[in-house]
Design a protein around this ligand. Structure first.
Ligand code: ADP
Ligand code: SF4
Ligand code: MG
Length: 326
């Protein structure tokens, strides 16, 4: 892994202006990603994970709007560049593989043609022979047979289609791959294999990856760092082993405790419901569900604390005297 910072997100705020009011889907989120690094973003549905992904691609559409903050990729201020420059960045530097990616394949166009169109969109002109060699190489890299090039999407299983999307995503060797719940439409065994493929090719091309999901178990296997989202806020972030051994935020603890283990095969659902982001609770947004809630949590927004230099969490418990401390 290379040590240089590839991506900086500073104080990002992305809101949806709905007829019922403002939804603060991403509310003051900051994090960094190094070249080649694998960051997992985890949180319940509706916590703002996809809104971060779309903000990064600058694909937020009305009624959504990036209100404030900074997104810097490889030294380029993505919120400051023109639409045309951003289009180039999207084509060459960032690739998005989403849950529904496989449905974005054109059903009446052979796989080979979809690759060629993708490459041409990126301004890559190849002879027929060069294109053929490149496509076969990409397909084989993601574990597919060369024959797939001549097939139509409906002839492929969900897992195979998702592999084709990964192959298309890496065809331009992007610096950053955003994988937004890339396997959640697939069954568990296929999920794992597709994830392994995604991360193998990610390592081969040296891309960094933001892996978005809600399965802490899957994150533990594939991410180096993890960020925990709750109601539009990044409530904890740090190296995966520290998050598992010493989770600091009660929400992270709940996520980890809910995982199946040797004695218990099922995941425990988390008690309570995620907040309505139109009317988020005052103070700490997690307080109505927090098993360790204190009086101050109901009206004071917690500051961010650093239990170690590369680990942070936003919770008042980290500001309490030792005995109550986690
Ligand atoms: N187009 C939209 N219009 C209004 N609200 C939206 C829109 N897209 C997302 N939201 C709201 O923003 C919040 C975060 O959504 P999202 O980023 O999709 O979360 P996640 O990916 O973690 O499930 C949710 O409360 C969701 O209802
Ligand atoms: S600030 Fe309070 S309510 Fe929020 S997570 Fe910490 S202890 Fe729980
Ligand atoms: Mg999502």
């Amino acid at each position: 892994m290379n040590d240089s910072v590839l991506l900086k997100i500073n104080h990002l705020k992305t809101h949806y202006h709905t007829p019922d009011g403002i939804v603060k889907a991403v509310d003051d989120v900051s994090f960094r990603l190094h070249s080649g690094q694998r960051l997992g973003l985890i949180g319940e549905s509706g916590s703002g994970k996809s809104t971060i992904a779309y903000s990064l691609m600058r694909l937020i559409r009305s009624p959504g709007r990036i209100e404030a903050g900074e997104i810097v990729l490889d030294g380029i201020d993505l919120l400051g560049v023109s639409d045309e420059e951003m289009r180039q960045v999207r084509l060459a530097d960032i690739a998005l593989v989403s849950q529904g990616a496989m449905n974005s394949l054109n059903p009446v166009v052979r796989i080979k043609r979809q690759f060629i169109d993708g490459l041409e969109n990126h301004g890559v002109r190849l002879t027929r022979r060069e294109a053929h060699t490149r496509i076969i190489d990409l397909l084989v890299r993601v574990g597919l047979k060369p024959e797939v090039a001549d097939m139509f999407p409906h002839e492929l299983s969900g897992g195979m289609k998702q592999r084709v999307c990964i192959a298309i995503a890496i065809s331009m060797e992007p610096k950053l791959i955003i994988a937004d719940e890339p396997t959640s439409a697939l069954d568990v065994v296929v999920q794992r294999r597709v994830m392994q493929t995604l991360l193998r090719v990610q390592a081969e091309i040296g891309a960094a990856v933001i892996l978005i999901g809600h399965d802490m178990g899957l994150m533990a296997q594939f991410a180096e760092r993890v960020g925990v989202m709750y109601a539009g806020k990044l409530v904890e972030e740090g190296p995966i082993h520290q998050i598992f051994r010493q989770p600091q935020h009660p929400y992270t603890q709940t996520l980890i405790n809910s995982l199946p283990n040797l004695e218990r095969k099922e995941m425990i659902p988390i008690a309570g419901r995620p907040p309505n982001l139109l009317h988020p609770p005052p103070g700490c947004v997690f307080h109505p569900r927090c098993p360790q809630v204190m009086e101050r949590c109901k009206h004071e927004i917690p500051a961010v604390y650093h239990p170690s230099p590369d680990h942070r969490a936003a919770c008042h418990l980290l500001d309490e005297p030792e005995p109550t401390r986690l």
